[in-house]
Design a protein. Structure first.
Length: 124
């Protein structure tokens, strides 16, 4: 039996770029890390392939503390100022202490409230 190039290509596994093209428009809603996991390659390989892709992967996802509404952040700040631990606030909202701390920090900056322990904000 004669082996042709076309038969050889059919038997070979898909390349990373072919797998990406097969995903289609789903790629635009994925981050590079998610795309790498879906394809089965490293993030570095995805980074190398991005210039050749027709549909580019999405940008970084916005952090949770930047998506919270202002009234919710003010409520977190009040809870924290009343002595409620960050861990308790974090459990209530279902996120990590880091995001609660950052939400409180952003709220203090917006409302021009001094940092904890009554230290005044440095003027720039």
């Amino acid at each position: 039996m004669k082996v042709t190039r076309q038969n050889q290509k059919k038997n070979q596994p898909l390349t990373a770029i072919q797998k990406i093209e097969k995903l289609g428009k789903k790629v635009a809603s994925m981050t590079q890390a998610e795309l790498a996991r879906a394809i089965g390659v490293s993030r570095e390989r995805i980074r190398q392939l991005v210039p050749r892709m027709k549909i580019k992967p999405g940008k970084r996802i916005v952090a949770w503390h930047r998506t919270v509404s202002k009234p919710q952040r003010v409520a977190m700040l009040k809870m924290h100022e009343n002595g409620v631990p960050l861990s308790t606030i974090a459990q209530k909202y279902g996120v990590s202490e880091y995001h609660v701390r950052e939400a409180i920090r952003l709220t203090r900056i917006e409302l021009n409230i001094p940092r904890g322990r009554g230290r005044p904000r440095k003027n720039k």
